[in-house]
Design a protein around this ligand. Sequence first.
Ligand code: FAD
Length: 403
Amino acid sequence: MHERAPLQPVIVAGAGIGGLAVTLALARRGMGVELIEQSSQIGEIGAGLQLGPNAFAALDALGVGDALRASAVFTECLVMMDAVDASEIASVAVGEAFRQRFGNPYAVAHRADLHNALFQAVRSHPSVSIHTGAKITEVAFDDAGASVATEDGRAFEGAALIGCDGVKSVVRLALLGDTHRVSGHVVYRAVVPLERMPHDLRMNAPVVWAGPNCHLVHYPLRSGREYNLVVTFHSRDDEVWGVADGSRDEVLSYFEGIHERPRQLLSCPTSWRRWSTADRDPVATWSAGCATLLGDAAHPMMQYLAQGACMALEDAVTLGAAIDEVGPNFKEAFRLYQEARVARAARVVLSVREMGRLYHASGVERLVRNSLWVGRTAERFYDALEWLYAWRAGEALAPARGV
Ligand SMILES: Cc1cc2nc3c(=O)[nH]c(=O)nc-3n(C[C@H](O)[C@H](O)[C@H](O)COP(=O)(O)OP(=O)(O)OC[C@H]3O[C@@H](n4cnc5c(N)ncnc54)[C@H](O)[C@@H]3O)c2cc1C
């Protein structure tokens, strides 16, 4: 690790999971950070998150793995069910053998618990200045540094800028000028207390009920005291990316053809939030001069592999490793980081789209999907997941070296 910290801080745009993780990576290296968040409070939405073993490898490298392990639920298996006839399509054990294979568990956690673990660690570093209610509207950067200005007239200068400002990133707009792709897939999310969860669905697993143009997911949170529910469908309307209050009638109208067992989930929440989702086509360049992108700003993806936040955590660790390698020469560090990350993140974005097709198959495609994994052993599932889950912090830069 290089000893000399730069005189100017790094500007991190956005204090979501990606922004906090990279702030922590920089602060642990003695660097100053201006962390700039548009919301008046630093926080996360009330919903759950699945964390693959690769996320724990990244969290350990950031020093917060154990904080997360304390609040996460370690699941027993990953389950896919057919939402039309309630038959089991696949079940993959993620107990001891899985942990041995990947060195870490598969877990589910409340987003607030992950966010808070990162935030508490960030706050313990005096080199980090946190600015809330600060919506970035102007961005400038070159080979020597970067600056941003906020809607309310504040201005910040730094040695570099890391855009962690999500799907509709203003940093990305300045850097690449491309636009997001509204998927037309709408997600409703809710967290329900245990007592509202049907008894036959209280499973210690992320369970996906795959239906025609729709699916439902549930898993426990906080020692099983709560359950996370997510339902997704292909909207009939022209969608715009964003979040709104949900309507129960709308949800019900998309799940008329599915089996009563998953359908009972739709009565569990007393209120829903509605997300119209988006991703972007993968690009080869995330960096220019002393600016780069991270997390959803770099590679927004749909949720079908439950990997968006996991990838943001991996990004943060990799960016830290790149700085260890080249020192605070940000242009060079960002080039190295990009080289190490672009292909892997793109593979996830594209695999997620394929997964979405499998989840939402109908007709003969549904029959094909249901036959894909019949009789497959856990070992063969693990082999297929190796590329995704066996990521190691110590080898984060290996792809940039052609390894
Ligand atoms: C339904 C659903 C389920 C998911 N499930 C999983 C899962 O199980 N596992 C998983 O790993 N991932 C999951 N994801 C993906 C995951 O939520 C995201 O990939 C992750 O939260 C991205 O974090 P981020 O910090 O990059 O972006 P964000 O969380 O979007 O954070 C961006 C931050 O930047 C701030 N910001 C934006 N614009 C500005 C601006 N102009 N100025 C200042 N601040 C700004 C925002 O307020 C926000 O705080 C899921 C996503 C969805 C939609």
